[in-house]
Each structure stands twice: as structure tokens, then as C-alpha cells.
Design a protein around this ligand. Structure first.
Ligand SMILES: [Zn+2]
Length: 143
């Protein structure tokens, strides 16, 4: 077993694409005034050259739905008693709200204020999402 000596309990999000960590952190909605968060930018990685890394202390119930969309190659480890208790495999979420923005100028979501941008997964292999309102297709990562 691998020992993560820096935190006793929490969640470690590793292998985030370098430069993407701030975005990941923003979407996780962690209360940084109450929780200890370590954010490492541009760390050396054997696998990917450079990576970002986030460690969140004492929280294990983070909503990872959006993470599956914005960086599904990231690895997520749940730490309990200094060891990895669980490795989470990220998946593309079925539905995403207000992460992908519809770019169709005639779409009600882009033309009217106060309407949520809702996209539903239509093709997991192609990573394609369809706008709930206008049926425009957007590929995950291209928004
Ligand atoms: Zn649309």
C-alpha cells in the first residue's frame, strides 16, 4: 500500500492536466475558508510530463461529477488513516449543468439570462454532449 504522508484523511486528485488545476478547484466548490486545501501547480510527473495536484484535508464526499467532464484522466484517491482507502474511476457525467455553455446564438440558453445551460451525454466514446434546448452537439473539452 502507498502511504500518503501529508494527509491522514481526505481526498487527493492527482494527474490533473497541468494548468487545469484552478478550474478543477473552482468546480469542486470546496469551502477554502473552512477546509485545508493543498494545490500544487506544474509538478513533475513520470506519466504526463507536468501535472497539477490537489489535496483536500478531511473531506471525502466531494462531488466529482464535473471532474469527470473537465479532466477525466485525473486520478482520485480517498485517504483514510494515511492510506489509500479507495481509488475512484472518473466517468463522463450523464448530465452537466452550467459547465458547458451553448454557443448557438439562436439557442434560448445563450440568448436569455437566467437559464441554465443543460447538456446531456449522447455518445460516451466520442465524448459528445447535446444541448437540452437546441440539440447542438459539443465535444467534452471543447468549450
Ligand atoms: Zn443550445
Amino acid at each position: 500500500m502507498v502511504v500518503i504522508n501529508s494527509i491522514a484523511k481526505g481526498i487527493v486528485i492527482d494527474h490533473i492536466r497541468a494548468g487545469n488545476g484552478m478550474r478543477v478547484l473552482a468546480h469542486l466548490n470546496i469551502d477554502t475558508s473552512r477546509n485545508t486545501v493543498a494545490f500544487i501547480m506544474n509538478a513533475a510527473s513520470k506519466k504526463h510530463g507536468r501535472k497539477d495536484l490537489i489535496k483536500i484535508e478531511n473531506i471525502t464526499d466531494v462531488d466529482l461529477t464535473v471532474l469527470g467532464l473537465i479532466d477525466h484522466n485525473a486520478t482520485v484517491n480517498i485517504i483514510e488513516d494515511h492510506i489509500i482507502a479507495e481509488k475512484i474511476k472518473l466517468r463522463l457525467p450523464e448530465t452537466v449543468t452550467d459547465v458547458i455553455k451553448c454557443r448557438n446564438p439562436r439557442c434560448v440558453a445563450s440568448s436569455e439570462a437566467g437559464i441554465s445551460h443543460i447538456f446531456r451525454l449522447v455518445d460516451e466514446d466520442a465524448k459528445e454532449y447535446r444541448c437540452e434546448y437546441c440539440d447542438d452537439i459539443v465535444k467534452a473539452g471543447e468549450y
